[in-house]
Design a protein around this ligand. Structure first.
Ligand code: SAH
Ligand code: SF4
Ligand code: F3S
Length: 440
């Protein structure tokens, strides 16, 4: 038997890209590839790209340029570009960078084995179609390797919301939900391979409406189906849109023990004028009332968010409204970004905010969010949480895992194994993690 070929994948962007990279590795595993951590000994290099902010494409070109020497040494090396930059600029990449053998958009990963074979024969291959078939179903033939205790599982993809700043509806296409039975089969398979916690992924995951035995199911109904899977201990989902936060999902946060008390619910801005121009279709007030209802169902839930500052025509007063909203919600964690122009999106054509002003606002917002994040983390001290252990710590006998609230927790003198769950009393709060001790 010939030596296995080596595959190096570099992943950028969101968790869905992480999931997709795993699926691509499995698809090429069927063609005799094993993964390597270094591009230097690879027979195939895949960049799984993200297009969400500016300069994404430029980064891809400079990354590709760095492989020039490698390719000169190893003419058989194949180089591919996948992900959202591939979808948005596939033709351009092929034209501009002759090192690239293969361009594959996020909807075409199941065609990767055929594409790889063609590339091996010296063809240049590009596939950025939006085909009808379920790509994940086609990607099933994979080895049953053991895996770590946490996993992502894509249940919904694409977005019909068309926020005025965002490329996702163009790169990932229209909203599509996977059928319930396939998700359950995949979850079962993950559990058999050692997974204890599954994060359900979708660009608009709470708009999930996949086909079930008796018609379409909501995300909450899907979560209740997953709740029945023995050995699966924890369920999370991301990312949600405020307008799709249905009653049954809010209720599940109060009643489903496997559903973790953590919710990523981006609001983007606190000014109604800006929200309207962003095409978010909700107001600051409706978002705040929604948070209230969620907290009524699950008082200890940790809320996470995304923010954009410096959106076209944002004034200081508009920005102040964002700070006010943040003060009111009290976020346990958050991601904040300076608006960046995405060509082809409606906001790209509008009057832009002075970049210095935007930088200043971003700093002020991040200072507030960091303070809140720290306060929420510190408030865990003295409380008992459940920790799912994910790896050994830096010190002998120490283990590291995540609490129900997704805080990293270090536990000394810990005789538990990776994949175990244990009750832990939180003793102290550090810069980015908590420390605790096992409760017998
Ligand atoms: N579907 C998810 C995630 C979208 S991308 C959602 O609706 O929340 C993740 C985050 O990137 C967004 O929430 C937004 O805060 C940020 N983002 C998207 N486009 C952006 C842009 N053009 N400039 C700056 N930030 C952007
Ligand atoms: Fe982008 Fe808005 Fe869709 Fe999220 S909801 S993916 S921000 S268009
Ligand atoms: Fe980036 Fe595409 Fe995800 S643009 S954030 S990789 S959906």
């Amino acid at each position: 038997m010939s030596a296995p070929k080596k595959l190096f994948i570099k992943t950028y962007g969101c968790q869905m890209n992480v999931y997709d990279s795993e699926r691509m590795a499995e698809a090429l595993g069927g063609e005799g590839y094993v993964e390597t951590k270094s591009p230097d000994d690879a027979d195939m290099i895949l960049l799984n790209t993200c297009h969400i902010r500016e300069k994404a494409a430029e980064k891809v070109y400079s990354e590709l340029g760095r492989f020039k020497g490698l390719k000169a040494e190893k003419p058989d090396l194949k180089i591919g570009v996948a992900g959202c930059v591939a979808q948005a600029e596939g033709q351009e990449i092929m034209r501009r960078q002759p090192l690239v053998d293969l361009v594959v958009g996020p909807q075409s990963y199941h065609r990767l084995p055929e594409m790889e074979a063609k590339a091996r024969e010296g063809e240049k291959v590009l596939d950025t179609d939006f085909p009808e078939e379920d790509k994940f179903e086609k990607l099933k033939n994979r080895p049953k390797a053991k895996r770590g205790p946490t996993a992502f599982l894509t249940v919904q993809e694409g977005c019909d919301k068309f926020c005025a700043f965002c490329v996702v509806p163009y790169t990932r296409g229209a909203e599509v939900s996977r059928p319930v039975d396939r998700i359950l089969r995949e979850a079962q398979d993950l559990v058999e391979r050692g997974v204890r916690e599954i994060t359900l992924l979708g660009q608009n995951v709470n708009a999930y409406h996949g086909a079930g035995a008796n018609g379409d199911m909501t995300l909450a109904q899907l979560i209740w189906e997953l709740d029945k899977v023995d050995g699966l201990e924890r369920i999370r989902f991301t990312t949600s849109h405020p307008n799709d936060m249905q009653d049954d999902l809010i209720e599940a946060h109060g009643t489903c023990a496997k559903l973790m008390p953590y919710l990523h619910l981006p609001v983007q801005a606190g000014s109604d004028k800006i929200l309207k121009r962003m095409n978010r279709a909700h107001t600051a007030e409706s978002y705040l009332r929604l948070i209230e209802r969620i907290r009524a169902a699950r008082p200890d839930i940790l809320i996470s968010g995304d923010f954009i500052v410096g959106f076209p025509e944002e004034t200081e007063a508009d920005f102040q409204a964002t700070l006010d909203l943040v003060e009111e919600v009290k976020y346990g964690t958050a991601y904040s970004f300076k608006y960046s122009t995405r060509p082809g999106t409606p906001a790209a054509e509008r009057p832009q905010v002075d970049p210095k002003e935007a930088d200043d606002r971003l700093q002020r917002l991040q200072a507030l969010l960091t303070k809140q994040q720290r306060e929420v983390q510190d408030s865990m001290v003295g409380r008992d949480v459940t920790v799912l252990f994910e790896k050994a710590g830096r010190f002998p006998g120490q283990m590291v895992g995540k609490s129900d609230y997704l805080h990293a927790v270090h536990v000394a003198d810990c005789d538990r194994a990776i994949g175990d769950l244990a009750r832990v009393r939180i003793l102290s709060s550090g810069a980015n993690s908590l420390a605790g001790a096992l409760i017998d």
